[in-house]
Ligand binder design. Sequence first.
Ligand code: PMP
Ligand code: GLU
Length: 397
Amino acid sequence: MSERLSERINNVTPSATLEMAAKARELRAAGKDIIGLSLGEPDFNTPDYIKEAAIQAVNEDYNSYTPVDGYVELKDAIITKFDRDNGLRYERSQIVVSTGAKQSLYNVAQVILNKGDEVILPCPYWVSYSDIVKLADGVPVEVPTSIDNDFKMTPEQLEAAISPKTKMLWYSSPCNPSGSIYSKEELRALADVLQKHPQIIVVSDEIYEHINYGVTAHASMAEFEDMYERTVTVNGVAKAFAMTGWRIGYIGAPSYIARACNKLQGQVTSGANCIAQRAVITALTESPSRISYMVDEFKVRRSLILGLLNGIDGFKCNSPEGAFYVYPDVTAYFGKTINGVTINNASDFAMYLLEHANVATVTGDAFGNGASIRISYAAAEKEIREAIKRIKNALAG
Ligand code: PMP
Ligand code: GLU
């Protein structure tokens, strides 16, 4: 029946992260004891002070449509947050609140790209970038990076990837899936290249901003005066505030882009959920120190999982500086046969771990880099220990 569907949807690859999570759920329902390290979702509950703000909003009868681009009070909280945490000055006309940072990204692609416009994606990139670009008739241009360069794109690579059709550069820092963070100096070096190409707009996805382990300070492309007018800063509350299901993301952008996103959203969602928006006013207004207990815990788990993975032959780990993923290179296993199963690539490897270790991870192919798999450590310490033990045993044959 797929011939009855649009080419647009037939050309979309399903989200590998969500697919793997669904597969793990299915296997669990069928009685298998699966440990899920596939989804980037904190195992914490939303903090009580944020939940209370939502309960209060329900009781105060916040039940009507909100302004399409978000409550004014939320926009003001976002403006204060950008100023406080990033030194970025925005006005209300530059802020758009959306149904998750995923929709923020989708909006930006839809309002900027014309058919055939190229978008530079340093690899590995977050799984949905390439399909969001394709859904807007754009062309993803993948720039491979290496674990030896901490999965970061160099200015020379950026320059080489630019063509007359390049319209945007998208990246996340801290990066999902590698955990790498571009320092201010590294961003400046990329900005210097972009200076020669004024048609390029930058999408800086900073959703993991607060999940930073203190090695490299967070920096935003829009901090540079000469980049401010051509940068869309994307952020959201899903990760650092343990609010994945509340579905609130936002952008700070040049007004003409924000206005366009607002127009699009007005025809698509009419705006984000009212109660979630009220809760996020509190989340963003309170000091980020109130959520640092989760970051401290992720830091402990990061050391734990790196130590355990380094004890398995053939895993070459990077040292993530932020987010909650490790992205080990597992090419040492390619071409090997274990328990009668031949592993030819990262997808085979992730499938082998699911079937023989009962551990769900995500293939690196989904992130535009097929040498690695992604393992999320947003899981309890006990689960991490058990998962890595199982992986080690399953790989021992
Ligand atoms: N950007 C990155 C880098 C992500 O990992 C995610 C994961 N959810 C998103 C955007 C989308 O976030 P949200 O849940 O707010 O849609
Ligand atoms: N961003 C998370 C991840 O990479 C959640 C899943 C998704 O939105 O794709 O696992």
